[in-house]
Ligand binder design. Sequence first.
Ligand SMILES: *Cc1c(COP(=O)(O)O)cnc(C)c1O
Length: 475
Amino acid sequence: MELIFEQTKDGRRGYSLPSPDVPSHELTAAFRRQTTTHLPEVSEPQIIRHFVNLSVMNHHVDKNFYPLGSCTMKYNPKINEETARLHGYTRIHPLQPQSTTQGALALMYGLGEYLKAIVNLDGITLQPAAGAQGEFTAISMFKAYFNKKKEARKYILVPDSAHGTNPASVNFSGFQPLTLPSSDNGLVDVEKLIALMTPEVAGLMLTNPNTLGLFERNVKKITGTVHDKGGLVYLDGANLNALLGITRAGDMGFDAVHFNLHKTFSTPHGGGGPGSGPVAVINDLLPFLPVPTIVYDGKRYGFDFDVPDSIGKVQTFYGNFLVMVRAYTYLRLVGAAGLRNISKSAILNANYVIQSLKDDYLLPYTDYCMHEGVLSGRQLKESGLRTLDVAKRLLDYGLHAPTIYFPLIVSEALMIEPTDSESKETLDEFVNAMKKILEEAKEQPDLLRNAPHNTPVRRLDEVKAIKQLNIKWKT
Ligand SMILES: *Cc1c(COP(=O)(O)O)cnc(C)c1O
């Protein structure tokens, strides 16, 4: 359709669609605009300033530190964006003949091979669009596995420190979650696991390192216990940033694991942006993978829909392809040795922050942590304050807050994940701000109670914001 450029009586200029008497092959008169549209005319500097100003009203990882525990808000290399914008990737259609999409298929196949090597498992699907959907996909495969064996198992064990998506995925897949209590050191209580692992239990979902940032020392004993009773063990792989090149899900005895490509392998996320949650599995689970799987016969890549016991499709087409392009780019960029360095830096950074703050805030579980650690702001109650007030005050220092009130087993929790991509200067800036805020809490508690003070909007009524959502900027 052609746009007509014209000047109206009041001297404003704008584009209009063809006037209704001009015959159009595309729209009938009922759908065509009857009056001139007045699109604003702005110069490039004006529009750039508009968007730059909007972009800095919110906090984001390109602006400053973002230690949101369990979310792995690491730096997103800009080359990921360049490759994800290549026309060869953005202008293909999912229904195009496979002979014309060999490059995209090769990338997906290659990414799958890398991911399988990273966790030492046998098969993979790239379809799920988030970690949570990966959990659902894998536990549905567990269900199909037991159905095939004609075993009517009802329950899946989920530790009390688990992410809320774990019990949700268990329910969605047709099982019921059974809570596995943690021991005093924050790890799986193996005696309780042995007692709970009855023939009615299909398996266990475990996060390792767990949401306290602690590595399960008895992991082989744990997976072995479940296997001895005929069960399957799932690794919630959201914390993979701690394990790259150090240990692998397959070596620890896990039967399935999801990846959060957007976390570990660096795609902008957190604003609800597209994610990707591939699932890798052992040989015994291959027959149940979602269709299509991606295959390579030594010459050509293609889709295989012939998986008779497949749980079916879990996504439209093949998943969030451009997130896969970013993850693939990131993996090629850092290489095998780089992967190990990522986890080493992530672990070092987390311990630096936790050790620097443990005399100021409470450290409920005193072991060294992996890529994240959990403090408690319980002592703030003496000043009539809460962890929430610290989180809000951090915004005035230009820093994002850690995750708060999770995991649920720590009261007034502050879950800090600095990630691998931060400098010592940035970590010190955060540590100093956290210490300063504790001083403020004693001397001027109102400063915290009314924080934030310097942000475009002040403290929001979050419940109201959710119940009466208004996303119009100006009315
Ligand atoms: C982020 C996370 C999930 C869910 O992943 P999404 O990609 O957000 O759906 C599950 N478990 C843990 C431990 C997580 O941190």
